[in-house]
Design a protein around this ligand. Structure first.
Ligand code: SF4
Length: 390
C-alpha cells in the first residue's frame, strides 16, 4: 500500500477517530463476554473523505492478525495502482461495494485463519503484562481535599470541568493538558515545558504521558487528591488553559507557515479565532465545539470532521477559506457539509463568530450542543445568517 493507517479505540466513545482510518478497531465484548474487535475498513480524509464501513462486528483476539492480513491481501490484489490518489483502501471498498469486499475478505480469511497468524494466548498475555496497570493506591472517590478546592477556587473548578475525564479507578482522574493557550500556536510546546511535564508525570501520573490526535497531552492516572497541586504547577507552565473540547481547542495543520503543499495559512487563522473567543466564560457558555483547520485538501488538520471545518483554498494566488459544518471524528462520525462560497483571510474569523452566534440564538437551550443543533436544523440557518450579512 502507498500509505495505510490503523486506529484503535478501547470503548464505545471513539477517542481515536477510527472511522476515518484505513482500518479502525473498536474493542468490544460478544454475548459470551469474550473480548474482541469490531472491524471497520475504508475510512479516510484527504481529497476523498469517507466514513469507514463495519465489515465484521466481532473478530476474536486470536484472529486479529489473520483477519487484518485477509483485508490487506484483498486490498493488495484489487487495489488501484493506476492513480496515486486512488491507491487507498477507501476507494477499493467504495468501488467494490462493502458486501462484496466483505465476502472477498472472508474468502481470503478462510485460507489463512488457522495458519501462523493465529495469535497465541501466550503472546496476548505477554502484551497484557507489558501494559499492566500501574500500582494504584486504594483511594476514596472525590476526596475532601479535591471537593473543597472545587468549591473554593472557581478557576480550578473551570479547569476541572473542561480538562478532566473520569478514570475507571476510584480516586483517580484523567488529566488533559491543553496545548492551546489563547492566541497560541495549537499543539506547540517548548522543550522546557516538555521537561517540566515529564517531571510532573513522574510525580503525579506513574511516569506516563500520552499525546492525543487533538494536539494535546494527557496524564492518564492522577490521584484526585493531587489535582490541585498539579493544576498549580501547570498554571505556572502556562499549560492549564481550561478549554479542552471548547471553541479555542482548535486543531490546525502547519499550513502555509511551513508546509510546501499548502494553499493557505492555518496557524494564524486558529490564533485569530482563539483570540476572538478569548473570554473563557463565553467558551464555556458555547460548550463542546471542535474547530479543525487544514491548509489544503490533504486534510492533515482533519477539517472534514470538524464540527466547524475550515479548508484553505487558493483563488488566483489569494488565500480563501471554505467552511464546512456538522462533521465529527467520533463514534457519530460524519463528513461536514460545505456552507457556500469561501471567505477571505480577513473574513474567516467573523464568519466563525457568526456561526457560533447563530447557534447560541437558535439552540434549544444549553443542553443542545452545537453538533446536535446542526444535525437538527441542517446548515440552512447558518447559511442564511452568514451569507445575508456577508
Ligand atoms: S493539510 Fe495541506 S497544508 Fe496542511 S499540513 Fe497537510 S499538506 Fe500541509
Amino acid at each position: 500500500p502507498r500509505k495505510f493507517k490503523i486506529a484503535i479505540t478501547g470503548c464505545a466513545n471513539d477517542r481515536a477517530a477510527i472511522k476515518v482510518h484505513d482500518i479502525g478497531l473498536v474493542v468490544v465484548q460478544n454475548a459470551a463476554g469474550e473480548t474482541g474487535f469490531e472491524f471497520w475498513v475504508g475510512g479516510g480524509l484527504g481529497r476523498t473523505p469517507v466514513i469507514g464501513k463495519c465489515i465484521n462486528p466481532f473478530v476474536a483476539k486470536r484472529d486479529l492478525l489473520s483477519y487484518s492480513e485477509a483485508v490487506l491481501r484483498v486490498y493488495n490484489m484489487l487495489g488501484r495502482r493506476d492513480n496515486m490518489y486512488k491507491a487507498r483502501i477507501k476507494i477499493l471498498v467504495n468501488e467494490t461495494g462493502v458486501e462484496e469486499f466483505t465476502r472477498l475478505v472472508n474468502e481470503e480469511w478462510a485460507e489463512i485463519r488457522e495458519g501462523y497468524l493465529e495469535l497465541p494466548e501466550e503472546e496476548v498475555q505477554r502484551i497484557r503484562d507489558f501494559f499492566a496497570p500501574p500500582a494504584y493506591e486504594s483511594l476514596e472517590a472525590d476526596p475532601p481535599e479535591f471537593m473543597e478546592k472545587l468549591d473554593a477556587d472557581p478557576a480550578f473548578a473551570d479547569w476541572a470541568h473542561a480538562n478532566l475525564a473520569p478514570h475507571k479507578v476510584s480516586g483517580y482522574a484523567i488529566v488533559n493538558l491543553s496545548l492551546k493557550p489563547i492566541g497560541g500556536i495549537p499543539g506547540d510546546v517548548t522543550d522546557s515545558q516538555m521537561e517540566a511535564v515529564a517531571a510532573l508525570a513522574d510525580q503525579f501520573s506513574f511516569g506516563e504521558i500520552r499525546a492525543t490526535h487533538e494536539q494535546n497531552l494527557t496524564l492518564p492516572h492522577v490521584a484526585q487528591k493531587d489535582l490541585y497541586a498539579l493544576w498549580e504547577a501547570l498554571q505556572a507552565l502556562e499549560l492549564a488553559t481550561p478549554n479542552v473540547g471548547l471553541v479555542s481547542d482548535i486543531i490546525a495543520c502547519p499550513g502555509l507557515d511551513y508546509c510546501a503543499l499548502a494553499n493557505a495559512r492555518s496557524i494564524p487563522v486558529a490564533q485569530m479565532i482563539s483570540e476572538r473567543f478569548a473570554d473563557l466564560k463565553r467558551q464555556h457558555d458555547v460548550g463542546p465545539l471542535k474547530i479543525k483547520i487544514s491548509g489544503c485538501i490533504n486534510a492533515c488538520g482533519h477539517h472534514h470532521v470538524g464540527h466547524i471545518g475550515i479548508l484553505g483554498v487558493d483563488k488566483k494566488g489569494t488565500e480563501f477559506y471554505q467552511i464546512t459544518l456538522g462533521g465529527s471524528a467520533e463514534e457519530d462520525a460524519a463528513v461536514g457539509q460545505i456552507l457556500g462560497p469561501a471567505f477571505g483571510y480577513d473574513e474567516v474569523t467573523d464568519a466563525v463568530e457568526n456561526i457560533v452566534n447563530t447557534y447560541l440564538k437558535l439552540r434549544e437551550g444549553p443542553g443542545e450542543t452545537f453538533l446536535q443543533m446542526v444535525r437538527r436544523t441542517g446548515v440552512t440557518p447558518f447559511k442564511e445568517a452568514l451569507y445575508e450579512t456577508a
